[in-house]
Design a protein around this ligand. Sequence first.
Ligand code: AMP
Length: 417
Amino acid sequence: MSDRLQAPRGTFDVLPEQAALRHGVEQSARRILESAGYRRIETPTFEATELFKRTVGESTDIVQKEMYTFEDGGGRSLTLRPEVTAPIVRSYLEHGMHRLAQPVKLWYLSSCFRYERAQAGRYRQFWQVGAEAIGSDDPSVDAELILLLRELLDEMGVRGAALRLSSLGTAASRARYRDLLQAHLRAHEERLAADVRERIELNPLRAFDSDDAGTREVMQSAPRLIDHLDADDREHFAAVRQLLDGEGIAYDLDGTLVRGLDYYTRTVFEFTSDALGAQSGVGGGGRYDGLAQELGGAPTPGIGWATGVERILLAAEERPVPEPVVDLYVALAEPAARARAFRIAAEARRAGVPAQLELAGRSMKGQMKHAARISARYVAIVSQEGIELKDMESGEHEPVASESAVIATVLRGRHVQ
Ligand code: AMP
């Protein structure tokens, strides 16, 4: 016998019970975001590789080692999307969405792909719910988006969710700060981890992310970007904080918060959950006021967040999986009743009654047991002579005159529940 194949490492099948829970996340996201005017968008699963190189950043882990990149038959380099913000900004520019009322508010639920070390809560294909508001730099947009993510996490029952907040300033203030940080790192070079040392030139900010003990010590006395913002950035950040404070949204100011993507400017934030172990990030995002320009567009401010569907479910309290509703189970008293039984089930569904038909040739006893297992409300026992309808709650059963009488009774029974 040959070996059975399995799903690739870091991927998983969404089995029906999980599909029901995931549907719950989708419904909550839709309700919360659409009530704030966000409209759903879907971009292609793959994009030109260049899109991510230019935006996420050449020096990031994502671009350096995590992308699923391939060449298509025409020799183009394509990449399975590792994130969805850059594709959405590309779409905004491609479709001239600057002509719409600003900001353009979009949400998505899309799969993402990253070649990461697979472990609990970290997969190679995962799903993100995200929201993006493009075309406004008003601090209210920042605060409102954070509020919406908080609401989604709360509604999903994510345990121990805490918010970290910071501001990275504009590109100009960041460039000035970078020089300061590089000087600090160079002054303590011998105590840094090798990978941090290698990135002093390319991406010094990532040193804040290092797990290495020596590096962490050096970083404790490092200058903080938050202390080097210019006046406009400080004012913007203060306004965001004021709005959050007014809503009673708790957060920790964390000057070490650097996110794994290069395009962020000004406000950045991340929610963690203490129910998540090592992969504690449950959702995060920030402003990307320079991203549209990176993609050849006019300067256009934007901000967004993404949260992982799997992480939400891992961090959420256990919830009962909703059972599918079966109002009518159509049982066969004899094989010759097949056509009639088939018709009853089909007609019932057309009338809006969830109905299932016996499909496995079970004995009558087996059929009744199965009907009980799937919690059918009624069972129609069909023979050539007639139909008997059993109410599974009361146990009563009686003959019914016709197919339509079966459906009428079930519909009535449903309404009086
Ligand atoms: P990021 O785009 O890296 O800011 O990630 C946003 C959110 O996506 C995280 O907070 C996680 O909830 C989720 N996420 C990121 N990477 C993974 C992964 N490899 N597996 C599962 N979820 C992920």
